[in-house]
Design a protein around this ligand. Structure first.
Ligand SMILES: Nc1ncnc2c1ncn2[C@@H]1O[C@H](COP(=O)(O)OP(=O)(O)OP(=O)(O)O)[C@@H](O)[C@H]1O
Ligand SMILES: [Mg+2]
Length: 380
């Protein structure tokens, strides 16, 4: 057994997912064994949000948070070991994505060099020191160093999980941001990119309009109570990100409070439930539009396989079916893939591949010049 642990804490700032998996020796197959999620406390979430979303950041606070996140990630590993009765020596390695603080894929030139960059915190050295297990972390930068947008990286996992497909399929992850991986039936490369908002705008709207410690629209219940205003939705769909050609990646620094302000301004006379329905609708609408705009007709998928916390938002799932009636829409659960742990599984797999000097990025997806062996290694 090549038991590996994957750690993921996404842009929703909901907490850390840890997955224990078994990776096949050649790095081409991965099996889920067990997963846990440790939610962030409200005060930690606030501090992370301040670092991730404010323009000006205190550098000591950032440096210290990098170490604190390392400890919190190590705590999740320890909890996972306790729950599964494993010891550190039973685990080959940890692949840790870290917490994204900023993602800046545009190749702005400074002193004649592209300064496209990304920042994930949660020091791999701290995780390795605390757990006694080798750690691979900071996966995105190597792809960016090779001219890529550093995202998405999950298409490798998608293509390995669904390697035996008969039709073109689309894996959709609805985290803070939504991303798709279209896997054509034949040999052609996957088409994968961030489609735009996932849960993030709905989460921000809930926090702003309801508050009271509520962070998301449980099962989409609030959105179901409202009416979607198509004229507002159409204005929102005019945003330039939706027209931008792939490869492309976005983040919560784009679909942020200011974007929410813009939407709320468009609907300033609209009842709050209608606004929530309309804002929520932007997620499925932009996913459907991305498929129609950027996937060639021959590769158009027959099935949408959905993962990420957004699977539980029934409003998203219902609207996806409305906008894409020709597709079968299923949770990844149908294929034995827990929707909450797919990304953590992916980083366990990528960590393993890095240790074996195997590449994990797909240049056709990220726009990099070549495939890259991703991440930095902290040995024990
Ligand atoms: N019962 C639920 N009903 C509606 N939405 C839910 C429910 N449970 C979780 N969510 C949504 O899922 C989000 C968390 O999803 P997830 O962990 O996949 O996102 P993430 O951490 O941003 O990951 P990433 O950005 O890496 O894909 C929550 O912020 C919330 O919006
Ligand atoms: Mg999460």
């Amino acid at each position: 057994m090549n038991r590996c642990i994957g750690l993921m804490s996404g842009t929703s700032l909901d907490g850390i997912d840890g997955a224990l998996v078994n990776v096949q020796a050649d790095g081409n197959k991965v099996q889920f064994i067990h997963g846990i999620t440790r939610p962030f406390s409200d005060s930690l979430r606030e501090q992370l949000a301040a670092l991730a979303h404010r323009e000006m950041v205190n550098k000591e606070a950032l440096a210290r948070m990098d170490v604190l996140m390392g400890h919190l990630l190590a705590d999740v590993v320890k909890a996972l070991l306790t729950e599964t009765g494993m010891k550190a020596k039973d685990i080959l390695l940890i692949g840790s994505h870290g917490q994204t603080i900023g993602h800046y894929p545009d190749k702005k030139a400074q002193f004649k060099h592209s300064t496209a960059s990304t920042l994930q915190i949660g020091d791999g050295d701290v995780i390795a020191a605390r757990t006694g297990i080798p750690v691979v972390s900071d996966f995105r930068r190597r792809d960016m160093a090779a001219g890529g947008v550093g995202a998405p990286l999950i298409p490798l996992l998608d293509s390995l999980l669904f390697s035996e497909r008969k039709h073109s399929i689309c894996c959709l992850n609805i985290g803070g941001i939504a991303n798709i991986t279209v896997l054509p039936a034949g040999e052609s490369e996957p088409i994968a990119f961030d489609t735009g908002p996932g849960n993030c705008l709905s989460d921000l709207a809930i926090a702003r309009l309801i508050g009271k410690g509520q962070h998301f629209d449980t099962n989409g219940e609030n959105a179901f109570r409202g009416r979607v205003h198509d004229e507002i939705l159409d204005r929102a769909m005019d945003d330039r990100y939706f027209d931008q050609l792939p490869p492309k990646a976005t983040g919560r620094e784009y679909f942020d409070e200011k974007f929410l302000d813009f939407l709320l301004e468009l609907g300033r006379d609209v009842p709050f439930e209608d606004m929530l329905a309309t804002i929520s609708c932007l997620t499925p609408k932009s996913i459907a539009a991305a498929l129609r705009r950027f996937v060639p007709a021959d590769d158009f998928p027959t099935e949408l396989i959905v993962s990420g916390g957004g699977v539980r938002n029934r409003f998203f799932m219902e609207k996806l079916k409305d906008y894409l009636p020709e597709l079968e829409v299923n949770s990844s659960e149908k294929y034995g893939i827990d929707p909450d742990f797919k990304e953590a599984m992916g980083f366990a797999l990528m960590g393993y591949r890095t240790m074996k000097a195997l590449p994990s990025s797909i240049p056709a997806v990220t726009g990099a010049t070549s495939q890259q062996i991703l991440g930095k290694i902290s040995l024990t």
